[in-house]
Design a binder for this molecule. Structure first.
Ligand code: GAR
Length: 292
């Protein structure tokens, strides 16, 4: 559950620990300050309950938020908590300056190695969405179909060389310069290096054409996956969308969808069923993660 929260917030493990400390210290401080104020105004157990209730409520609604930002500042976590406060205020219908349309745009990068049918679906899905911009298509194969798609769609693309990719140099800076907030792997077949995972903690997701943890790992992609599923006489297969960690097809799952494997299915017919699921669900799941 904690890991899920960490992924949702998109922070590293050490930052996550500091954030939890900020919450704990704020809770304790708010309780203590409320007690001091209660004594200062002279409220006792005999005071009419409504006045005591209103004092506690206003401390919870307003005092807590101010104390939270103060403690966050002390722990160097002001930007995270300010974003958190702005979300709460937005839900209450209050908009804070600087929370304008431009700052709402979430730039994302798609990493792909092949034909790019999933990349195309994602691009189509977000085409008319002013809050999401696909700012980059990164690819490890010169001439891959996905590069053609990027060109047709007017999206900047980047071909990453193997050594540079695993060293993490150059392109990580480019992703930062472009303000990329999420990396979406859509048929990207290289293992993601730790450098990239550290640069985007909890912000890289992948889609796999099987029900992980089965039929994942090195060499398990495309038709190899479907061949293995059919050879094992599985009754069902499907897709898994998951956060990316240091291992192949391994991070925490976000979503799965299932399709039947019929006795007369071939790897090709199964691939088609799985692709239908991918195209339907991947863009929707991405949209939900970006909103969270
Ligand atoms: C998709 O089926 C995706 O699930 C798979 O590559 C295909 C890319 O197709 N990814 C993996 O196997 C990751 N291990 P596309 O290029 O048509 O989007």
């Amino acid at each position: 559950m904690l890991k899920r929260l960490q992924n949702k917030w998109g922070v590293s493990t050490s930052q996550f620990a500091v954030i939890l400390c900020v919450f704990a210290i704020t809770g304790t401080s708010t309780a203590w300050i409320t007690k001091v104020i209660t004594e200062w105004v002279g409220f006792t157990d005999e005071t009419f309950w409504l006045w005591r209730f209103l004092l506690r409520l206003s401390m919870l609604l307003f005092g807590y938020q101010f104390i939270l930002l103060g403690v966050a500042l002390l722990f160097g976590q002001f930007p995270f908590f300010w974003k958190y406060e702005k979300k709460i205020l937005k839900r209450l219908g209050i908009k804070i300056g600087g929370d304008n349309h431009k700052s709402q745009i979430v730039p994302i990068a798609i990493f792909a190695s092949g034909a790019g049918s999933n990349a195309q679906q994602i691009i189509n899905y977000f085409r008319d969405n002013p809050s999401v911009r696909i700012s980059l298509v990164a690819c490890n194969k010169p001439g891959a179909g996905v590069l053609k798609i990027a060109e047709q769609e007017g999206i900047p693309s980047l071909v990453i060389e193997k050594e540079s990719f695993f060293r993490g140099d150059g392109y990580v800076n480019l992703l930062r310069e472009k303000g990329i907030q999420w990396i979406i792997l859509a048929g990207f077949l290289w293992k993601v290096p730790v450098t990239l995972i550290k640069a985007f903690p909890g912000r890289i997701i992948n889609i796999h054409p099987a029900l992980l943890p089965k039929y994942g790992g090195k060499g398990m992609y495309g038709h190899f996956v479907h061949e293995a599923v059919i050879a094992a006489k599985e009754k069902e297969s499907g897709i898994t969308i998951h956060f990316v960690d240091e291992l192949f097809d391994h991070g925490q799952p976000v979503f799965q969808a299932v399709c039947p494997v019929d006795p007369d299915d071939t790897p090709e017919s199964l691939a088609k069923k799985v692709q239908v699921l991918e195209h339907k669900h991947y863009p929707e799941v991405i949209a939900k993660l970006l909103e969270a």
